[in-house]
Design a protein around this ligand. Structure first.
Ligand SMILES: Nc1nc2c(ncn2[C@@H]2O[C@H](COP(=O)(O)OP(=O)(O)OP(=O)(O)O)[C@@H](O)[C@H]2O)c(=O)[nH]1
Length: 489
């Protein structure tokens, strides 16, 4: 059973001093090694870091081309060069005198979790190759590791709530402890290529399954948070799961697929489809080596085929998402990011103001899926064919996951905001990871800032004037001039 994580507890012992030998850390770098590619993020500390007043924000993002876990294992040299290019970019962004103080972290997510399950030594080789490049940079390399699904969910939740300013409550709430609940935070929905996470503070205190339960103490406040990471339910692995399920009913490897546009053709090697732990050994039973996929763009049928990858036939708890995984009743607002945003943004279903209602979103995906492939390709010539050809599947998958998998009804759907960035920072787990490791979110509320000299002098003058006025009034009351006293008789 996974241990309950206390993020705030790590914070009580700083792992990285913010100021060393008169130099303060002003930047931090995090690399997110995902299944399809790696992103390098450079963050900048707020100006008044000692008092933790400003907000740590992103100043640069660099996409390391080819360095997805699969890409790296295929072409190490090319991916290594691409990584060096992004490290150089970071050296330009971070002032030279700051290089030695700037911490660099690498976290690998679900792609690497799957690679570790499938081929441990390959996964270790990938990590040590990346580590070697990072060690040779002028920055302060702090380590590369595979983060757990629970951490990915937790840090995504921390990132968006930190950026939305949800952790710092007005001081007057300290005097009304009954109002200080976990509410007022936003839930986090993250869709990757290999896994998807849902994290939120539920209404009910009890989280029925220990491995879905997180306890944080941040800024002097306790948070009970639910999280789950569904490995193999990122959008790329979900497509594989769906294809593997569909293949069971074909005799010759030809598949009429409603999740792709009419006129779209794709040929895939069956061995590529089956080389990962998400799909149990079905390959041997198939009498063909290639899959010939032909699109026929039918949203309703696509939705039905996707539905088959969610097993909702059993639930050992009071309520479940799918595959027997506990899910408490959904609570509050949610921010949906990563591929949730990429896909919904392409389909024009993200708005800054009010969310697009569920029925309108469904009609939009349905109408997109029904368009012939040649027409879609002609309209979006600049979009990568891999992304463009899969928006129909991805849009339908997102609707199925949120509606059927998690139970976002028409009403609850209105609480979802699809987010690319918050301010200048991308929504994702990386910022939360760095904030935790550098102790930027303390477990306890920082002491109230002492008054500045000018405010102190001003306050003293004001108090003195009030005192003089009170003394004068008292004197006038008890020693009234005689003429006045006579007049009153
Ligand atoms: N449309 C579009 N899709 C993208 C873009 N960048 C990444 N993706 C896809 O979005 C999905 C999620 O990508 P990431 O957020 O990098 O997730 P990941 O790191 O693969 O996630 P894990 O599953 O946790 O390993 C993947 O299927 C990517 O192929 C983009 O710019 N546009």
């Amino acid at each position: 059973m996974a241990q309950t994580k206390k993020v705030g507890d790590h914070c009580s012992k700083p792992t990285l001093p913010l100021c060393r030998s008169s130099k303060c850390v002003k930047y931090g770098i995090v690399l997110d090694a995902g299944s399809s590619h790696t992103n390098l993020y450079v963050y900048e500390w707020p100006a008044e870091k000692e008092n933790d007043t400003g907000v740590v924000h992103q100043v640069e993002v660099c996409k390391v081309e080819g360095l997805g876990i699969s890409g790296y294992s295929q072409d190490t040299e090319k991916a290594g060069l691409s990584l060096q290019h992004c490290m150089k970019r970071a050296q330009e962004v971070v002032p030279e005198q700051q290089h030695r103080e700037t911490p660099v972290y690498l976290g690998a997510t679900a792609g690497m979790r799957l690679l570790s399950l499938q081929n441990r030594s390959m996964a270790d080789r990938v990590l040590s190759a990346v580590e070697k490049t990072l060690r040779s940079s002028p920055f302060n390399f702090q380590g590369a590791r595979v983060i757990s699904g629970q951490e990915e969910g937790a840090y995504g939740w921390i990132t968006i709530n930190y950026l939305l300013g949800n952790f710092k409550q007005p001081g007057w709430l300290n005097f009304l402890p009954h109002l200080r609940s976990s509410r007022g935070t936003s839930g986090a929905l993250d869709l990757g290529g290999a896994s998807t996470q849902i994290t939120f503070a539920p209404d009910q205190e009890l989280i029925e399954s220990q491995e879905n339960s997180l306890h944080f103490r941040l800024y002097g406040k306790n948070y009970n948070v639910y999280t789950h990471s569904f490995l193999c339910y990122g959008k790329d692995q979900a497509l594989r799961l769906k294809l593997a399920t569909d293949l069971q009913s074909t005799q010759n490897g030809s598949l009429l697929d409603p999740c792709f546009h009419l006129g779209y053709l794709r040929i895939m090697n069956i061995s590529d489809l089956y080389t990962n732990p998400c799909i149990a050994n079905g390959e041997q039973q198939l009498p063909f080596t290639q899959l010939h996929l032909q699109g026929n763009g039918d949203y309703q049928r696509c939705r039905m085929t996707i539905q088959k990858i969610f097993n909702t036939s059993y639930c050992p708890y009071s309520s479940c998402a799918f595959n027997g995984i506990f899910l408490p009743p959904l609570q509050g607002e949610f921010g949906a990011f990563s591929a949730f945003y990429f896909v919904m943004n392409f389909l024009n279903l993200t708005t800054e103001k009010s969310p697009v209602p569920l029925d309108k979103a469904t009609s939009a995906v349905e109408s997109f899926c029904s368009r012939p492939w040649h027409e879609v390709k002609a309209e979006f010539p600049k979009i990568k064919e891999k992304y463009l050809s899969e928006y129909c599947f991805s849009g339908t998958y997102i609707l199925s996951l949120l509606e059927n998998g998690y139970g976002f009804t028409m009403e609850k759907w209105q609480n979802i905001q699809f987010l690319g960035k918050i301010g200048s920072s991308d929504a994702g787990w990386t910022l939360g990871y760095m904030l935790n490791l550098t102790n930027m979110i303390p477990a306890e509320k920082p002491p109230t800032r002492p008054l500045s000299h000018a405010s102190y002098v001003g306050l003293m003058v004001f108090c003195s004037l009030v005192l003089v006025a009170v003394l004068l009034l008292s004197w006038l009351t008890f020693h009234k001039p005689k003429c006045l006293q006579k007049g009153l008789i």
